[in-house]
Design a protein around this ligand. Structure first.
Ligand SMILES: O=C(O)COP(=O)(O)O
Ligand SMILES: [Mg+2]
Length: 235
């Protein structure tokens, strides 16, 4: 896929989504979901069902799980269920999770090319920080914005703009790498170039998700970023 020259511009930083982008974290989210629903007397949904509920943060995930179980809850019971999910998930956020192939090497290559690196996820900060550390990539990530860092979550552009600000890089010089419709909408709203990871948790065909470039293996990402940077290259 070649990049339209009209979108090319100097790139100084790459910001990544987390779930379904750097980390295949759905197995741990699924395990926590099954435990939460089990405690409430429901048989858990399968991995694909839970994966389809990931992307808008924990409150939306828990709401979707309870709706799936056909459990009607009032706002205070929902709040308690969200709190219980946090407790369960935070006990072992990385037990079954793995980096996608090539992630570590790619972070090394991008950082050696002088790019600043950050993460902007809808996962809450505590388990996100834990996951980065447990999987050994926290040293590459200068800025981490979680789903509870600001009052707004993705697809609101503010978390991504906040991450850019934390890196001290203008939004025009950022590439955001994500796996979902939510990430694409966030990048678009923030005016940030978007690289779509095709192997994550998206629900729609690739062509339905706005992006400036896409990739299906991490070995391809550095050259995609170089293409986006165009003639002026990486700064
Ligand atoms: O917690 C979620 O719902 C998804 O997190 P993500 O933004 O890292 O994909
Ligand atoms: Mg994601």
């Amino acid at each position: 896929m070649s990049v339209d020259r009209a979108v090319q511009r100097p790139v100084k930083a790459v910001i990544f989504d987390l779930d379904g982008t750097l980390v295949h974290s759905a197995p741990d989210i699924h395990a926590a979901a099954v435990r939460l629903l089990g405690e409430r007397g429901h048989q858990g949904p399968d991995l694909a069902t839970v994966t389809g509920f990931v992307g808008n943060g924990v409150p939306a995930l828990v709401e979707r799980l309870l709706a799936w179980a056909k459990e009607a809850v009032d706002p205070s019971a929902l709040k308690a269920a969200i709190g219980r999910f946090h407790q369960i998930y935070n006990e072992a956020p990385s037990a079954l999770s793995e980096l996608y192939d090539g992630v570590s090497g790619t972070l090394e290559t991008l950082s050696a090319a002088g790019l600043r690196l950050g993460v902007c996820t809808n996962k809450p900060l505590v388990p996100a920080r834990q996951l980065l550390a447990d999987l050994g990539i926290d040293g590459y990530i200068e800025v981490l914005v979680g789903g509870d860092s600001l009052p707004q979550r993705k697809p609101d552009p503010r978390p991504l703009l906040h991450a850019a600000e934390g890196l001290g890089v203008a939004p025009e010089a950022i590439v955001f790498v994500g796996d979902s419709e939510v990430d694409a909408a966030t990048a678009q709203a923030a005016g940030v170039l978007f690289a779509l990871f095709a192997e994550g948790y998206r629900k729609s065909p690739l062509a339905m998700i706005p992006h400036q470039t896409s990739f299906s293996q991490y070995g391809q990402l550095h050259s995609r970023v170089v293409e986006l940077a165009g003639a002026e290259g990486l700064k």
